[in-house]
Design a binder for this molecule. Sequence first.
Ligand SMILES: C[S@@+](CC[C@H](N)C(=O)[O-])C[C@H]1O[C@@H](n2cnc3c(N)ncnc32)[C@H](O)[C@@H]1O
Length: 332
Amino acid sequence: MAIPALSTRRRSFIRTPLFTRVAVRRAWGYPNLPGFRLRNKGSIVRRPSHRLRTQASLASGSWSPPIAVTSRERLTGIASVGIPSASHESIKNEENVGNNDEMKRSAFKFMTYMGIFVILPILRLFGSRFYEKNVVPKLIGFLCGTKPIQYQRKKVVPFATGDVVEIGIGPGSNLQYYDADKVHKVIGIDPSHELNAIAQKRADQVKLNIEFNVSSAENIALMDASADSVVCTFALCSIPNPQLALSEIYRILRPGGKFYFCEHGLSPDFLTRTLQNLTSGFYPSLAGGCHANRDVIHLITSSGLVIEESSTMYLPGSVKFLGYNYWGVASR
Ligand SMILES: C[S@@+](CC[C@H](N)C(=O)[O-])C[C@H]1O[C@@H](n2cnc3c(N)ncnc32)[C@H](O)[C@@H]1O
């Protein structure tokens, strides 16, 4: 009996590194990101479950940085994108967001769930225009201003150099973290007039040469190969067509230019991922277009950018379906 031939699509899928990566990921319990797996085939480690990690954090009395995912991290205990400045201890000190105060964290998580599933839908009933103008900017300002998120920014933003383009600059929360000595100019791209007005005020408080471009990252009005660095934090989730935005990022980066990213996205845990997929039908309309289930690394690599370093973790104190963070650097 003739064995039915595999379709061309299926055959090419099986041959792709992605298939290998997914298979390895399944077999080894999600030892994190593709760039890492490909470069460090021999050093894949099994990733402890979220429950085990949480228990370990609680037992030690403080939150610890992500479980090692790269060889550097295994050696130093620091999850960084070539960012050796913060010591393990300073991470603990700065980021000890209340493991000693579990009650506060639980209350915060409860309030977040109430906000998302009860309060925001009620406010949305007042009309989408009212909601987009008055609620969304405040919501973004609040969610993007929490301590763990601010800490995440410090892991990538200070590394941007030269002519920098920031995608989805929003209220300008990253401006304070640029290294003014290394940055020649920052061009902020964001289609929101409301958030731009907030960012303009913040721009007055920092010593940077900043230009705002109220437009979409899906169609960037900049020349090819004109940026040394592109920074994108917590914005890929909100851009309607992230593939298009990333192809624009690739286009505007100079060869060798760096893409610094810090995003929340698709969780490796089945239950969390299921919740992320279930909420994708309504959560974006409540949160300024934010999707909780984007596969950040796959999006970046499929644009042609090459991941140099990347790490992941659940942010402490955040609700799991919004709290799985990816950060790192890719290059053109
Ligand atoms: C969650 S906020 C993050 C803001 C900022 N990057 C930060 O880290 O605080 C998402 C941002 O993406 C912006 N955004 C949405 N669609 C966009 C697009 N097509 N191009 C560029 N930015 C976009 C939103 O206006 C918003 O400022």
